[in-house]
Design a protein around this ligand. Structure first.
Ligand code: AHM
Ligand code: MG
Length: 337
């Protein structure tokens, strides 16, 4: 028998299509929308890789060595995603970290999905060659055929129908969650396809790595200080302290947490009571991914996905990762309440 494993690749599109076929009422629209997101990720992956060479990391509006106008990578990435999503004909509203206002897609190109995204998260790291990523979440409009409004995106994360991220690093990885399934794909740049490499991702119930910006610890509240002290100075016999890992690029910190376990946190503090991370396109997609991988995501006080954002760039404190690690910090907040 011939070995077909090397020629029978499971691409992201093939995988999503076969999952969608399980739904009798599936139209293929979500698959089409995801195709445009994939295209955006491939385009950004290539641009990130070329950035150092063509000085794409220069100031917006700067000129490269060939005298051509170059755009800063986050602006370029934003345009790439907006163009891909608009032309897919599948989206109704786009919310991007880069745009103050939500973008309402014109009639004629309008579809039934709302996409919230951060086109290039962690971009302040890019000059140092650190991993960056794209984060996205998808809602279905409430009233198909009706007039889309901000109410279609100012909804709890429990109503998101899909979410994911792409990480631009030594390889380009895309993690996607739809219908409680969660799989990881790696871009094979020779054929330009995302190939299924991490089926059914599960996060360990407890980890041994913590990931937080400790430079903010003087501003933390007591439960947060107590929690991080407890994992660094364990009092139980034969218990090792947790290791610290903090890249400062959410996608990279979450990707490691998802694969190895542990906890990632961006707490609120006395300086920034709501923390730094944005609810719609940073906290919710990552929370959905963690939950569907068997982990947890919390504001410290309640389930992250049950929060209702008050505006499109709303922020929230967040603790997410291995179930038991997140439960430990929640217990400390409960005790302090
Ligand atoms: P950005 O969207 O402006 O790139 O900021 C978000 C990034 C996240 O990727 C990361 O988790 C966080 O900011 C790091 O913030 P800090 O430098 O305060 O630790
Ligand atoms: Mg961001």
């Amino acid at each position: 028998m011939a070995d077909h494993t090397k020629t029978n690749l499971v691409t992201l599109t093939r995988h999503v299509l076969s999952d969608q076929k399980k739904h009798a009422d599936a139209t293929g629209d979500l698959t089409l929308l995801l195709t445009s997101i994939q295209l955006g990720c491939k385009f950004v992956a290539t641009s990130v890789r070329k950035a150092g060479l063509v000085h794409l990391t220069g100031l917006a509006g700067a000129t490269n060595v060939q005298g051509e106008d170059v755009k800063k990578l986050d602006i370029l990435s934003n345009e790439i995603f907006i163009n891909a999503l608009r032309s897919s004909g599948m989206s109704a509203i786009l919310v991007s970290e880069e745009d103050e206002e939500a973008i309402f897609i014109e009639e004629g190109l309008q579809g039934k999905y709302c996409v919230v995204f951060d086109p290039l998260d962690g971009s302040s790291n890019i000059d140092a060659g650190v991993n960056v990523g794209t984060i996205f979440g998808i809602y279905r409009v409430k009233d198909e055929g009706g007039r889309p409004s901000l109410a279609d995106v100012l909804r709890p994360g429990t109503e998101m129908i899909a979410a994911g991220y792409a990480q631009y690093g030594s390889s380009c990885n895309l993690v996607l969650t739809v219908d409680k399934t969660i799989h990881g794909y790696t871009l094979d740049s020779t054929i330009g396809e995302f190939i299924l490499t991490h089926p059914d991702i599960r996060i360990p119930d407890r980890g041994s790595i913590y990931s937080v910006n400790e430079g903010n610890s003087m501003y933390w509240d007591e439960p947060c200080k107590t929690y991080f002290n407890s994992i660094k100075f364990p009092t139980q016999p034969n218990t090792k302290p947790y290791s610290a890992r903090y890249i400062g690029s959410m996608v990279a910190d979450i990707h490691r947490t998802l694969l190895y376990g542990g906890i990632f946190a961006y707490p609120g503090d006395s300086k920034s009571p709501k923390g730094k991370l944005r609810v719609l396109y940073e906290c919710f997609p990552m929370a959905m991914i963690m939950e569907n991988a068997g982990g947890k995501a919390s504001t410290g006080h309640s389930r992250m996905l049950e929060y209702t954002p008050t505006h499109i760039h709303d922020r929230s404190p967040i603790f997410l990762g291995s179930k038991k690690d997140v439960e430990d910090i929640e217990a400390l907040y409960r005790a302090a309440a």
